[in-house]
Design a protein. Structure first.
Length: 426
């Protein structure tokens, strides 16, 4: 085997990539007693065997979990924090997790009050979003699912912009044509979220291929859940990424549930990281509740994807503490005790706060003040968004084509005539 790539400067730990499946030994020829190598397998020893034993999936080693901080916020023995991140940056990242949590709490409550129609929280998964977002370049294109609000928040998307989008008012960048929390912003290089699962995965591969063709120093970043990995788009996308050798990081949030479907009903293999082998790509499994480890893994994955123009798969293990969405009641398919245990024992925000307090970078007083300030900012944004005007009805028919085609003009005229006929209904 040979080490092809390693990094220790940017991430603070050494990542070695070995090619144990590759063998430079000359292939045996038919005259040497060997066989003509088949085309659909990796080069190596293709000598036939008389052993007809089927290989059990349990024969393959279980993917290990990369972690820097334990569940109490202590550095794991022998580990070090990535040196490229300053103490001030760690504090900023912690504040971002708290900001996302406070926004989720209040926005979720506003839906329960009937003020917005729908919402999805990221409770228990905050470390995934902030840790990964901080490791990317600001102009790396992001293709998210629907729980990555923290990623675009880290890039500068404001609480007011979130509120405007959730209320579908005239300041909403999507002009009121998307479900709440399905955000997007060209300024922040964050492609608009789509509800159908996995549609963003092949799109991200296409973007990565364009980055490769243009010779840009960027990677495409694609987020999805382990449930989305059961969709056909996932498999097609990873196969294209592997064969086209594009600079992309696939980031899977394995939070235990695809809405109400637990992982043991989703798949029988060793999570999602194990699938990387079949697509010929590098992969790492990381503790998704350890923000430092998520940052380090994402930083290393990005460097590798860019240096070798290749796809990398990250599987972040976490737990979805909240309901799938405001349309879901997770107590119907999991126990309250299970949720309570994960919330109390494996909370990513508490874990990192413990680390900061132990390093004398944070205090309980600062934490209380931060949460108070964040809540006030969210409440103010909600108030302003709720009272803003709605987008013009004509916007329903724009932005599909560069010019409005006849069939859209016909639909618009029909709508306006209908409203004119029944003005008391609208």
């Amino acid at each position: 085997s040979s080490v092809r790539w390693s990094s220790s400067t940017a991430t603070g730990f050494t990542v070695s990539v070995t090619d144990e499946l590759y063998d430079d030994t000359p292939l045996p020829t038919k005259g040497d007693g060997g066989v003509t190598p088949f085309l659909g397998v990796k080069p190596g020893d293709t000598s036939p065997t008389i052993d007809s034993c089927m290989v059990s999936p349990n024969a393959h080693p279980t993917w290990k979990l990369f972690r820097l901080l334990d569940e109490d916020g202590n550095l794991v023995e022998g580990a070090q924090m990535p040196p490229s991140v300053s103490e001030e940056q760690w504090v900023r990242m912690y504040k971002a997790m708290v900001s996302q949590q406070e926004m989720d709490t209040i926005f979720y409550g506003s839906q329960r009050q009937g003020r917005v129609s729908f919402y999805m929280t990221a409770t228990g998964e905050e470390a995934i979003h902030i840790g990964s977002a901080a490791a990317l370049a600001p102009n790396d294109p992001v293709y998210a699912q629907y729980r990555e609000a923290g990623v675009i928040m880290w890039r500068g998307f404001t609480k007011q912009q979130f509120a405007d989008q959730c209320f579908s008012n005239e300041r909403d960048l999507g002009k009121g044509r998307q479900m709440p929390i399905h955000v997007g912003s060209s300024e922040h290089h964050f492609h608009t979220i789509s509800s159908p699962l996995s549609t963003q995965i092949p799109q991200a591969v296409g973007a990565a291929y364009a980055l490769k063709q243009e010779g840009r120093d960027n990677v495409a970043m694609c987020f999805f859940g382990e449930g989305a990995a059961s969709e056909g788009d996932f498999h097609a996308a990873l196969n294209f990424a592997g064969t086209l050798e594009v600079p992309i990081v696939f980031f899977c949030r394995n939070n235990g549930y695809a809405i109400s479907t637990p992982t043991h009903e989703q798949y029988r293999g060793d999570g999602i990281a194990s699938r990387s082998v079949g697509y010929g790509m590098h992969a790492i499994r990381v503790d998704g509740n350890d923000m430092a480890a998520v940052y380090a893994a994402t930083k290393a994955a990005r460097e590798l994807a860019l240096a070798e123009s290749c796809p990398v798969l990250i599987e972040a293990m976490t737990y979805r503490v909240g309901h799938h969405s405001t349309s879901d009641d997770s107590s119907r398919y999991r126990s309250i005790d299970e949720i309570k245990k994960w919330k109390e024992d494996v909370d990513p925000i508490a874990r990192f706060r413990n680390y900061l307090e132990r390093e004398r970078l944070w205090s309980q007083e600062e934490d209380a003040q931060l949460r108070s300030d964040e809540r006030l900012e969210v409440l103010k944004a909600l108030e302003q968004a709720e009272t803003a005007a709605k987008p013009p009805l004509e916007e329903m028919f724009t932005d599909v084509y560069d010019v409005k085609l006849p069939h859209l003009e016909e639909q618009e005229a029909s709508m306006l005539a209908h409203i004119a006929k029944y003005p008391d209904k609208y």
